[in-house]
Design a protein around this ligand. Structure first.
Ligand code: SF4
Ligand code: SF4
Length: 381
């Protein structure tokens, strides 16, 4: 493992830019930490953290100058790999008839090369889950695959998880296991502020070599490991995953769904902030004189009534049925489909639900009131 100091991080940004990458990293915008295009280390949220609770998010000052001492903001990297709105093709009415042409943003040559800086372990797992959906199945999404193939990932391990985080119980954090080019652990102690860096690919190795990074000392590595051990213990929430898919499938008529029917607004916030949700719809847009049109793919949500509309009726007509569909997909049928949970424990749906519905509490309530599988083991799937 190597050590990087703050000036090495600036050098890393320069190298990435020289190689043609657009750097996307955490920065403060409008009272939130978001993933945006940044140019320098100075734009990282130094000394800023966030306090998150169900239906509550606010920024706060830290007592150190940590660059990654915050948790996840409302946006995930999904926004760049699977944009909220994407043109699929365009059409124009000409004297010869209708001509169809590729989207304005569709050519591979037009696609940016992104360097994602500050990707958290649970986020990396979420990207892995979206890879299964968009890039590894029978049907491959060409836009997702093209952007995905061009990214470089600088992950940052979580040393200070928040109240709504539960990645440890979902086994997606707080330390990265794979899928990164470079993984950093920020270590701040009296008089020193550095990153213990580990490469996870040839690209990452080459980056460290170009930065002439020095090896980390045994003491620095130990400090990083201690921080990560403590992070698991500080996790605000947890989900008991013991036979969870079986539990939910066996409880489709559980009274907890009626209780949720009373509280859930069907607003879809949880699906919009979720880094793994992938539902979309298609919309055609024409100009006013009808000479040009475009077909667009837009994020959709299983919480809308229209989403389940099939020839004359909506399959999921009640809020209860929509919440049940969403949660059962995340924690049960996703496992049947993809062999993994569809939830990585990022906690965003808890923070950004306007009425503070908490997926961990709902899972707990169903388990507690269920005669089936009420005795948990040690969180096995
Ligand atoms: S379901 Fe909630 S906690 Fe799980 S990945 Fe989605 S937003 Fe994060
Ligand atoms: S669970 Fe919360 S965020 Fe999701 S649809 Fe219901 S009210 Fe909206």
């Amino acid at each position: 493992m190597e050590r990087l100091e703050i000036h090495d991080l600036s050098a890393l940004f320069s190298v990435l830019k020289q190689d043609g990458y657009q750097i996307i990293g955490p920065t403060v915008r409008e009272s939130a930490i978001v993933c945006e295009r940044i140019q320098s280390v100075d734009e990282l949220p130094a000394g800023v953290t966030d306090i998150q609770r169900p239906a509550s998010y606010r920024l706060a000052e830290r007592h150190d100058n940590a660059l990654f001492g915050h948790r996840l903001g409302p946006q995930s990297w999904k926004r760049y790999l699977y944009p909220p709105r994407l043109q699929l093709f365009q059409a124009a009415r000409t004297e010869k008839g209708i001509t169809i042409s590729p989207p304005t943003n569709g050519g591979a040559g037009d696609l940016p090369k992104y360097a994602f800086v500050g990707v958290r372990p649970c986020e990396l797992s979420a990207i892995g889950i979206q890879d299964m959906v968009f890039a590894r199945g029978t049907y491959v999404d060409p836009h997702y695959s093209a952007v995905r193939a061009r990214i470089i990932v600088i992950a940052v391990n979580c040393t200070d998880p928040g109240e709504t985080c539960f990645c440890a119980s979902m086994k997606t954090g707080p330390q990265t296991e794979s899928g990164y080019d470079l993984a950093l652990t920020e270590v701040i102690s009296a008089g020193s502020h550095l990153f213990v860096a580990q490469s996870g690919s040839d690209v990452g190795k080459e980056l460290l070599a170009r930065l002439k990074a020095a090896p980390a000392s045994a003491e620095e590595i130990q400090r990083a490991e201690d921080l990560l051990d403590r992070a698991s213990e500080k996790m605000g929430r947890s989900v008991d995953t013991y036979r969870l898919p079986e539990l939910l499938h066996a409880n489709i008529d559980h009274p907890q769904w009626d209780e949720l029917d009373e509280r859930c607004l069907s607003c879809g916030n949880c699906t919009q902030v979720c880094p793994t949700c992938f539902c979309s719809t298609v919309e055609d847009v024409t100009n006013l004189d009808g000479t040009e049109a475009g077909r667009w793919r837009k994020w959709d949500s299983c919480f809308t009534l229209e989403f389940s509309y099939i020839h004359g009726g909506c399959v999921r007509a009640t809020t209860k049925s929509r919440y049940r569909q969403w949660m059962t997909h995340k924690l049960a049928s996703w496992v049947d489909q993809f062999g993994t949970f569809g939830c990585v424990g990022c906690g965003r749906c808890i923070t950004w639900c306007p009425v503070g519905i908490d997926i961990t509490e709902e899972a707990r309530a169903i388990r507690a009131q269920s005669t089936l599988l009420s005795t948990s083991s040690k969180g096995e799937m």
